[in-house]
Design a protein around this ligand. Structure first.
Ligand SMILES: C[S@@+](CC[C@H](N)C(=O)[O-])C[C@H]1O[C@@H](n2cnc3c(N)ncnc32)[C@H](O)[C@@H]1O
Length: 316
């Protein structure tokens, strides 16, 4: 267990004293809560943050895509994830808070610490949390590979759509395991872009998806990581690992899913790397446009789209 300084290691304690005091106040006052989040988001942890080539970038469009994704997939991804009152949960790589508001809303009496390497995303996450009236989250800028927390502090850890972007996902899991209590759980949710298939089939669309896969691999990430979660968690020292594949299937009878997932999540994600793909001459302009058009086509009334996420839970 920890000292009265809370989860923060001695190294970063000076940065967090105010936050610990503030936390008691902000829970009661929404305006001060907003100011508190802003302050937290502006923290500069006094060390160099590891740089990553994040293929999707940090644009407003990408923020809105992440929010659409989280909202559309709420039931599919969050079913089975509820944390007991008073438990301490670390959300690693919270981004713009799209999962945070769902997680914290589903377990309103658990205490969440949501971290990200991007101060800009954290600022947006703070706004999202405030808008959703979520008061059980503390945001902080931190690097998963250099966590500013004492060992064995958290009861649970949640990581969603982060490992696929890291050069060393196994190292990230090891770093996270350090701050997890013995007996605590780690939940990891990832996609696998190799699991996408659709009707009508299209060579152009498959090539466009392949561009996204190649670009992410070039950046050091693994867009096919879903299928690898079981061995990765095992290698990081997790026991009792269970992986549940969670398939999204959208057709004309599920127009909201076709819109929220096929169009606004998956196709928007592929479309987002268009410039990079063109810049590398991976596809000519006309073929790329045809690929994107065909992906949107799969969201039409007579189109279908299938994709599988993987949710793994292991214990320390
Ligand atoms: C695809 S976003 C996912 C965000 C959120 N979990 C969600 O599902 O909407 C990946 C996030 O991981 C963050 N990230 C990448 N590397 C990181 C690191 N080393 N430490 C902390 N966060 C990191 C990125 O800044 C980005 O916000």
């Amino acid at each position: 267990m920890t000292s009265s300084a809370g989860p923060w290691s001695a190294l970063s304690r000076n940065n967090t004293q105010g936050a610990a005091n503030g936390r008691e106040i902000v829970a009661r006052d929404p305006q001060r809560q907003a100011a508190f989040y802003r302050r937290l988001c502006n923290w500069e942890i006094e060390r160099e943050l590891m740089s990553v080539d994040y293929v999707h970038g940090y644009s407003a469009k990408e923020s809105s895509r992440l929010t659409d994704q989280a909202t559309t997939l709420t039931e599919l991804l969050h079913a089975g994830t509820r944390y007991p009152p008073a438990s301490r949960v670390l959300e690693a790589g919270c981004g713009v808070g799209a999962q945070t508001v769902i997680l914290a809303g589903n377990s309103p009496r658990a205490a969440f610490t949501s971290i990200d390497i991007s101060g800009e995303s954290l600022a947006e996450a703070g706004r999202q949390a405030q808008q959703a009236g979520v008061a059980n989250v503390t945001f902080a800028r931190a690097d998963i590979f250099d966590l500013p927390f004492v060992s064995a502090y958290f009861d649970h850890i949640f990581v969603c759509f982060v490992l696929e972007h890291l050069r060393n996902p196994a190292g990230a899991l090891k770093a996270l395991m350090r701050v997890l209590k013995p007996g605590g759980s780690i939940t990891v949710v990832e996609g696998d872009h190799g699991s996408a298939y659709f009707h009508p089939d299209s060579d152009y669309a498959r090539r466009a998806i392949e561009c996204l896969i190649n670009l992410q691999q070039q950046g050091g990430g693994d867009p096919l990581i879903g299928r690898r979660l079981y061995p990765l968690l095992g290698q990081a020292g997790c026991r009792d690992v269970r992986v549940s594949p969670r398939m999204v299937y959208a057709d004309g009878s599920r127009p909201a899913l076709a819109d929220g997932f096929t169009r606004k999540t998956f196709t928007a994600m592929v479309e987002g790397v268009g410039e990079q793909a063109a810049g590398q001459g991976m596809m000519d302009e006309a073929s790329w446009a045809a690929g994107i058009k065909d992906l949107y086509r799969a969201a039409d009334e007579d189109g279908t789209f299938c994709y599988t996420f993987f949710k793994a839970v292991g214990l320390r």
